[in-house]
Design a protein around this ligand. Structure first.
Ligand SMILES: *Cc1c(COP(=O)(O)O)cnc(C)c1O
Length: 360
């Protein structure tokens, strides 16, 4: 007799996780440019808040993250009833899909985009992911997405800036799209990289979700705020959806996470100084790679997308041998995080030695 068996759909998650690092543990790389992490150590005040919170590890955290939500509501100038926090924005995304999509319902997303959407929708929630190809220049094809809406569509994820292509959805294009989407479909703007956006015409989720009753925004403390290891994300959603999310993920954020996030919001000016450094490095890397003949798109995030197609794995291998971890998306391209200056220099020197056209 075989023992108890998890649902077979879950195999796809394990396969996905194995593909991530190509078998090499992240720690083995000297330069970690694969996970879009913040290269800087925690800010001193944030570390102090986290350490102080650690003294109360024997106590449960606030089940509803009330102080964190109050701080977010104040920062975003929206009522606290519209917020929910969770274990990273991936945790919030999972709760959103569980809250909105029953088995067989459709969850639309662009492709390539964040790999968690189809995996969570299908393997964890039993919903039906609907992947709509990006345009040739790596942007969301909002016309095609609007056309693919059916009576079973419950959720549409727009990842902006898009992971991995770095493109942001424009304000006007989003307004036109929202006018075409039925009011009972929740449009989720995944803005994990919002702080790095420099395009003035990009849509801003916190503005859009004030004007549209069917828009939610998901943000995270993992990227610009540099707290990936603590797992804190949040949604700004229509009140009924936010209330559902709060009931679904009780105790989702640790006390250390809540206190570190509150301290980070108080230190937003310092956080944004670091973001500015990353954006300056992003421009420097884009220019250097373009000058070297690399196909590199202008990014609005803290990573670059190199659509190297069939040479992606080869390039990632060259980086790995140089001690640099990058993310290879087989057959499509390589995503490189903008890291600390030293890591970026090492990456650029490595890339400069990569023969772009074989045989020349
Ligand atoms: C990194 C990332 C997240 C954030 O994940 P966390 O769970 O908050 O660490 C969410 N969405 C996208 C598109 C990302 O790239």
């Amino acid at each position: 007799m075989p023992g108890p068996r998890p649902r077979p759909e879950l195999h796809s998650i394990a396969a996905h996780a194995a593909g991530r690092s190509a078998g090499v543990p992240a720690e083995e790389f000297t330069h970690l440019l694969a996970a879009n992490e913040n290269p800087y150590d925690p800010l001193p005040g944030v570390l102090d808040a986290a350490t102080a919170a650690a003294r109360r590890l024997n106590r449960y955290p606030d089940i509803g993250c009330a102080r964190l939500i109050a701080a977010l509501a104040h920062t975003c100038d929206l009522p606290p009833t519209r917020f929910a926090a969770g274990a990273g924005s991936v945790g919030v995304i999972q709760s959103l899909i569980q809250a909105m999509a029953a088995p067989g319902d459709e969850v639309m997303h662009a492709w390539r985009s964040f790999e968690a959407y189809p995996v969570i929708a299908k393997a964890i929630c039993g919903a039906m992911p609907v992947a709509v190809p990006l345009t040739d220049d790596g942007c969301h094809d909002l016309d095609a997405m609007a056309e693919r809406v059916t009576a079973r569509t419950r959720l549409i994820f727009l990842c902006t800036p898009n992971n991995p292509t770095g493109t942001a959805v424009g304000r006007d294009a989003l307004a036109e799209f929202l006018a075409r989407v039925p009011e009972d479909v929740l449009v989720v703007l995944d803005e994990a990289y919002a702080e790095f956006v420099s395009d003035k015409d990009a849509a801003d989720g916190l503005t859009v979700c004030r004007e549209h009753p069917n828009v939610a925004v998901v943000r995270t403390f993992s990227k610009a705020f540099g707290l990936a290891g603590l797992r804190i994300g949040f949604a700004v959603a229509p009140e009924a959806v936010a209330a559902a999310l709060r009931t679904m993920a009780p105790y989702g954020v640790s006390r250390i996470g809540q206190e570190a996030a509150i301290a980070s919001l108080a230190a937003t000016d310092d956080v944004m100084k670091r973001v500015d450094l990353v954006v300056a490095e992003r421009h420097r890397m884009e220019d250097a790679l373009a000058a070297r003949g690399f196909p590199v798109a202008r990014s609005q995030a803290n990573f670059l997308w190199l659509p190297l197609r069939e040479r992606s794995a080869e390039f990632a291998g060259v980086c790995a041998r140089a001690g640099i971890g990058v993310r290879v998306l087989a057959g499509d391209g390589v995503r490189v995080t903008v890291g600390a200056r030293e890591s970026n220099d090492h990456f650029l020197a490595t890339a400069a030695n990569f023969p772009l056209e074989p045989g020349r």
